[in-house]
Design a protein around this ligand. Structure first.
Ligand SMILES: [Zn+2]
Length: 221
């Protein structure tokens, strides 16, 4: 259930109230780009919201998120799995630091749970997977990050992949798909987008860190 959409005329993101006031019945989903319709604005029990067509694969649709667990890859390599998992252990601190930046103060327990899920799904055998992708994949395996678990979080949120992705390896094999993860609030507002970087280092800075030190980092020489 979404409460904002892109106005097809202007290309700007507008709240549902704006659509109702202008009597516009459909907008564009800011995540998947599909048309979404205004629903339930005349009923009392449900507040007005936007809805996708039935069968939409948009990751904002409830229930579509768990599809990441079943998504897999188009090709597997068990040999790669062995050395990649070892490489993950060697770079575990760098992976954690990136995970923490993406998740605004992710706890070691959240990281541990995500890593166990990755082990369970055996993501290490996804052909072509490399270390820099690992923290970004780990965050998509967590159902939800809760505001109450970190002082740096302003919302409850979760991560989704670009909606065109049908298998994890599309992230690195499909040139026409943006290599990124999207941070969505549980109210389905896009909070942030992170382009997947080619290397774990230099380490990704959390936004709160850069914001809080912005005034200190510029030194005249
Ligand atoms: Zn959508």
């Amino acid at each position: 259930m979404s409460f904002s959409a892109i106005d097809p005329q202007s290309g700007l993101l507008k709240p549902i109230q704006w659509f109702i006031e202008h009597n516009i019945r459909a907008g564009i989903c800011s995540v998947c780009g599909d048309a979404i319709g205004v629903r339930a604005d005349k009923t009392v029990r449900t507040s007005a919201h936007f809805a996708h067509e039935r069968g939409s694969s948009c990751p904002t649709v409830t229930g579509n998120r768990t599809r990441y667990e079943n998504m897999g890859a188009s090709q597997y390599d068990d040999e790669q799995a062995k050395f990649l998992r070892n490489a993950v252990s060697e770079h575990i601190y760098e992976i954690f630091i990136n995970f923490q930046a993406l998740t605004e103060g992710g706890k070691i327990q959240e990281f541990r749970d995500a890593l166990s899920k990755a082990d369970e799904l055996r993501i290490w055998r996804y052909l072509g997977l490399t270390i820099p992708f690992v923290p970004y994949i780990l965050v998509t395996l967590v159902e939800q990050f809760n505001k109450k678990d970190s002082v740096f979080r302003k919302d409850d949120f979760f991560f989704i992949l670009p909606s065109e992705i049908r298998a994890y390896d599309h992230l690195w094999i499909r040139a026409n798909i943006k290599k990124k993860v999207i941070k969505m609030s549980t109210k389905l507002h896009v909070l942030d987008e992170f382009t997947i970087r080619e290397s774990l280092t230099p380490v990704l800075h959390p936004a709160w860190f850069d914001n809080s030190l912005a005034s200190l980092t510029k030194l005249d020489s």
